[in-house]
Design a protein around this ligand. Sequence first.
Ligand code: ATP
Length: 345
Amino acid sequence: MSGLALTNVVKEFGSFTAVNNVELNVPQGTFVCMLGPSGCGKTTLLRMIAGLDLPTSGSIRLDGEDITHVPTHKRNLGMVFQSLALFPHLTVGENIAYPLRIRGVPKEDQKKRVAELLSMVHLSGYADRPVAKLSGGQRQRVAIARALSISPRLFLLDEPMSALDAKLREAMQVELRQLQQKLGITTVVVTHDQREAMTMADTVVVMKGGEIRQAASPMEIYRKPADSFVADFIGQTNLLEAELDSTGRALVLGQPVEGIAFKPGMNKATLSVRPEDVHLTAPGAGALSGTVTFVRDLGGMIETFVDVAGRQIIAVSTPRARPDVSVGQPVGVVLSPDVCVVLAR
Ligand code: ATP
């Protein structure tokens, strides 16, 4: 297979298992984001892909070649880390040319390549500027251009946007994704920012406790989360207890809801329902009975908090579809079975 393939990758630090039995295929030209809470093992996994750490067991292949024991500098990688690690005393052009210079690329070719890369990252004309005089976003682009100067087989980035302010970060995410698509370079990014992952990735890999909980497209992760951890970690969701009563009828928070399909053998579950899929109506049959406890008007969207049997359900709507409710009012909460994801509990 061309691309990156991890097979049964394990990393132990003494008796602690930081990465446990990871299996992952990243087809050539795709963009993968590894996402998870602090300490879930995503950086350790990236470091093994980079050759900075050796797996305790398992193998890493790149374009079919086993690179598990190949040293970093022979893997032909482009890397960008959180710190960027630019040389502050060198100019933009010298920074970008550095990997070419140490590989003995002739001066004229270096110059041509630097101009190409600068245009690619929208910094044409900046070659002679000292990096110390650049803004955060411009430094980021220089670090990306430097990593790509050698036309790597694999592009690895660890929390590359975390030093940028929110607005710039969002703009850079779009830029990075567009650049990656233009170059068709296989890319792996570590992030703890789920919006960042959803913006850039073909495949989002959600990790917890050293294991992959789900690896799928952003939409699949959002619409069909594999478990309640993934459902809760990606976006906002309502996690509601459900069970089958003695007659086989589905109860959600103790109240009957038609059409919820439990898997065979399952008699209790957790339902994940996205707030935009929760509809509020007048109380009555076919809806859970609840009481409005809070309305948060955020301008572009409205969040309505409803208490159902002591649990809070959040419904989100646009201002145009604003539910006509006020705090203290009894409401019906409609959960359409087609938008409820039934998860093991
Ligand atoms: P963060 O988002 O905080 O960077 P992460 O998901 O990248 O977290 P890792 O840095 O991969 O997590 O660390 C995973 C676990 O392995 C953590 O519990 C960490 O303390 C542990 N760990 C990482 N490196 C070492 C090491 N060299 N020695 C011992 N334990 C380590």
